[in-house]
Write a protein that binds this ligand. Sequence first.
Ligand code: KIV
Length: 294
Amino acid sequence: MNYVYSFLYVIVRLRNSVAHFCYYGDRVNRKKTILDIQKMKAAGEAITVLTSYDYPFTRIMDDCGIDVILVGDSVGVVFGGFDTTLPVTVEEMVYHTRAVARARPKALVVADMPFLSYQTDLRDARINAGRLVKEGGAEAVKLEGGLHVAETIRAIADMDIPVMAHIGLTPQSIHRMGGYKVQGKKEEQALRLVDDARAVEEAGAFAVVLEGIPLKLARQITGELSIPTIGIGAGPYCDGQVLVIHDILGLCEKYSPKFVKRYADAKALVAGAVSSYIDDVRKGAFPEEGHSFS
Ligand code: KIV
């Protein structure tokens, strides 16, 4: 009889292990949705977000297991060479979002709504959010602002397009802020940001980016909201973190904000490869016979 029990026990354990493996294997391998991102907050798992604007970087970071890929309007600065994000157009965002979506990442793809694509009226906002999804292949959109864009967030969310909000240092408001300055340092400003955070959650945003705010304020907002907070220059007490890919690779010379951690010197790597190529061609070391057709 004991043998029968032992046998059954082994079978049950085996079945449970296979089920466990399939469940977690599936969670790791399947497409991530806003529900997965929201569950991560509930489970206390850190949400990882990076920007990407093209196919090859998307493939690399997706293979590494990033949770969310943000096609940020920072593309205008780090890729396009502009001083601000203001000149970026909807067409440019659609183009870059398509390149990212074409890589079929498992990560959730969020596309930024550029300046003037949602501030004019609700109809413009709906159409432009729709274009990023329909033509670009985005699975969610992000827009900047708090209380004053709550109605816009609701209008887009009502079309079943998930919206990521973005409050604090909002780069599209650079001229009002008088530069890229930390927001919410003064009591009154901090209270307004808490109101902004509540307003975007109430309007239906599925997550909110907290940019350039003191870490205590970010901790307070993260504790109050039920939607995930994604920090950038907002300290460690957010539900997730986002950085610009060019910044972590050391590819952006223009700005080097305090909150960026550089994980590689890709500039030196690229410069080394380019210099070697130039040298090789000049001295006749490239191409060799192996690179040629007979
Ligand atoms: O445009 C962008 O890349 C962003 C992130 C930095 C949050 O908005």
